[in-house]
Design a binder for this molecule. Structure first.
Ligand SMILES: [Zn+2]
Length: 324
């Protein structure tokens, strides 16, 4: 994970949270209970009861139990369908989209909320003050379930979700159901270039904010992941079709000069491009931002401090393969 801070912004307050991994994000889709629609059962019961009691005395209790079990099964099936998230962008049609269930409130101390609060409890006054200031202006790209918004909510930090971008329609629906972003795009590049978003298709343009407090992005990891076959072959990383999302789109986002950026990537981002060099994608990425800062290539001639952290996923869950 990489945090880039623009020190020239006088009102800057460092965001003190991290974008959690997708596996954690998926925990956020825990669904609330669907309202039980007992009216149908009551109608059946009221009409059937006199006849059943007359013909088969004592059976009413059995019928009631069967009806209750049937109702529960039906509700659970509907709930399971509503919770199901497919990686296929076009997998949800309009009918099933209407059944999207919002995430559970992030006010309870679910396991990840408890750990999040534990990890931040010693951060002191500046962190506590975040809860009393104006809402943090938050932007998000490659948003997934927008775990950054969930983290802000869980920590009680007010925020305004100025815009999100994710190619997966299912994920955008989850975000919309829970956080109501001001703007929502499919492509990060459209978000950066202020194209009309999916919520305002008739607009000439959509802009998140002239100066976000923090822009969080988890650009695609496949180009850099050590789990990908031939990852260390010469030219393999740069030739990957998703490489440009990090090295063009994310760089373009930085050129806009917002207060701070958080980039989440896999461990392989810090490993050499290939066997012939020691240069890593992380080094090249930071080098590009530094070069832009030194040459005035960032809005308002901003420059950034960089903080790189390698938190272990084992902090959050037991996982066999090392994740950072
Ligand atoms: Zn918009």
């Amino acid at each position: 994970m990489l945090l880039s801070l623009n020190p020239s912004c006088p009102s800057f307050k460092a965001p003190i949270f991290r974008k959690t991994e997708q596996s954690v994000v998926q925990q956020l889709s825990t669904c609330t209970e669907l309202p039980l629609s007992a009216s149908a059962m009551t109608d059946v019961q009221s009409e059937a009861e006199p006849l059943v009691e007359k013909v088969m005395p004592g059976w009413m209790e059995e019928i009631e139990e069967t009806l209750v079990l049937s109702q529960q099964e039906s509700e659970e099936s509907a709930l399971a369908d509503a919770c199901r998230i497919s990686s296929d962008e076009e997998s949800i049609d309009e009918e099933s989209a209407a059944m999207t269930v919002p995430c559970s409130p992030q006010t309870s101390d679910e396991w990840w909320v408890f750990r999040l609060k534990s990890a931040t409890q010693d951060l002191g006054g500046d962190f506590a003050q975040l809860k009393t200031l104006q809402p943090v202006l938050l932007g998000s790209s490659c948003s997934g379930a927008c775990s950054e918004a969930a983290a802000f909510t869980a920590l009680g930090i007010p925020f305004q979700l100025c815009g999100v971008a994710d190619v997966n329609k299912d994920f955008r629906q989850i975000i919309e159901a829970n956080y109501k972003p001001s703007h929502s795009w499919s492509l990060m590049q459209d978000q950066i270039s202020c194209q009309a978003c999916l919520k305002h298709a008739d607009s000439m343009a959509c802009e998140m904010a002239s100066c976000l407090d923090v822009w969080v992005s988890g650009t695609p990891c496949p180009p850099f992941s050590e789990q990908r076959p031939r990852r260390f072959n010469v030219g393999s990383v740069e030739a990957h079709p998703l490489y440009s999302v990090t090295f063009e789109s994310a760089i373009d986002a930085v050129k806009q000069g917002h207060k701070a950026y958080i980039f989440e990537q896999v461990k392989g981002f810090g490993k050499p491009y290939d066997m012939s060099t020691s240069e890593t994608p992380l080094e090249r990425f930071l080098g590009k931002i530094d070069h832009l800062g030194l040459t005035g290539g960032i809005q308002n001639r901003a420059k950034y401090w960089h903080i790189t952290t390698r938190p272990s996923m084992n902090t959050w869950m037991n996982i066999k393969r090392e994740r950072t």
